[in-house]
Design a protein around this ligand. Structure first.
Ligand code: DP6
Length: 329
């Protein structure tokens, strides 16, 4: 990895972005709230080339990523847009990779598009000037870091919705068009991804966003998600971790119920997912404590622990590592 490489973290949503009000610019039907996974990152470097086209390669070495033809096309389309925003006229080689296994079934589009936007901004600063790069984002030279991240986040959202939450340290909230950092007193959480299956998912999240609109249960979904987002913020404010667990638990089941009740039914839940979920629920019932638990559009289970939950973390990690591949802390 050369020193020109930039990186962005993945993020896990506790209130989900599921269902688009506008599929062209990825406007969500409801607010979402996520935690940035600082250890799970995508890396991007961009270098000028004499070739007459832009290309995407994966890094050689430890951070590799399997790039499907479709993924490469999507990435190059995003880069073409970024080049036009920053008025970059040359051709470039993009190198990209993740520090988590690309076949682990964990979403990497959020971190990879966020890293591409950050790397393109950096490139524009070098090739043009910082002033010009900022002005392309309608920002002035004295704009602060938060303003810059919000502008890049808005750009990235159009490439992949969830990537707009990957520009902020710790917590981020995305409402309507804009994502921004939000201060929540639970910090330095520990994270475990329980990898139930490494198979490529049959229905991508982009397709899931369209399909869920056909479910009868989608009626009231934007309102339910918004109400949960408000309640979750209140629970965090009150430092009520158990209440937060319950809200997040209901939220991912709500999303999975939408999948299972779409007109063309699909789903991601596997026997292993249920096994992990039952274990976590039982742990909470027995200990009146445990991790926040969620699932994305996939079979893997995501767990977040408070920084002071050392015993809970060790017990759950020891138990789950007997049957599953675990990633994260
Ligand atoms: C289930 O951001 O992958 O992970 O905007 O079409 O790229 P596109 O979809 P994407 O959707 C992510 C959906 C989710 C929930 C979430 O991260 O909020």
């Amino acid at each position: 990895m050369n020193r020109e490489t930039v990186s962005a973290p993945s993020n896990i949503a506790l209130i989900k972005y599921m269902g688009k009000a506008d599929a062209v610019s990825n406007l969500p039907t409801n607010p979402s709230l996520s935690y940035s996974l600082k250890h799970l990152r995508s890396f991007v470097s961009i270098e000028k080339t004499k070739q007459d086209i832009d290309t995407v390669n994966s890094f050689t070495g430890e951070i590799q990523v399997e790039l499907s033809e479709k993924a490469v096309k999507r990435y190059l389309k995003a880069f073409a847009k970024l080049k036009s925003v920053f008025a970059l006229e040359d051709n470039y080689v993009i190198r990209t990779g993740n520090n988590f296994p690309s076949d682990s079934g964990l979403a990497s589009s959020a971190s990879s598009f966020a890293a591409l936007c950050l790397a393109s901004f950096k490139l524009a600063c070098e090739e043009k000037s910082k002033k010009e790069a900022l002005s392309a984002l309608a920002l002035s030279e004295d704009s602060n870091e938060a303003g810059l991240m919000e502008a890049l986040s808005e750009l990235s959202r159009k490439f992949s919705g969830s990537s707009c939450r990957s520009f902020f340290k710790d917590w981020s909230v995305w409402q309507n068009t804009g994502a921004k950092a939000i201060d929540i007193s639970f910090k330095d959480l520990k994270y475990i991804a329980v990898v139930v299956s490494q198979r490529q998912k049959k229905v991508s999240s982009s397709v899931a966003h369209l399909e869920v609109l056909t479910s009868d249960l989608f009626t009231g979904r934007p309102e339910r998600a918004k109400a949960r987002c408000d309640k979750l913020l209140q629970a965090f404010e009150a430092r009520d971790w158990q209440q937060a667990f319950e809200i997040v638990w209901a939220e991912f089941w709500d999303m999975h119920a939408l999948f299972e009740t779409s007109k063309v039914t699909f789903g991601y839940m596997e026997p292993g997912s249920l096994k992990v979920l039952r274990y976590i629920k039982q742990y909470w019932d027995e200990n009146k404590d445990g991790p926040i638990c969620t699932m994305d559009a996939g079979p893997n289970v995501h767990l977040l622990f408070r920084a002071d939950q050392d015993k809970v973390f060790t017990e759950i990690k020891d138990k789950l590592s007997q049957s599953f591949l675990l990633l994260g802390d």
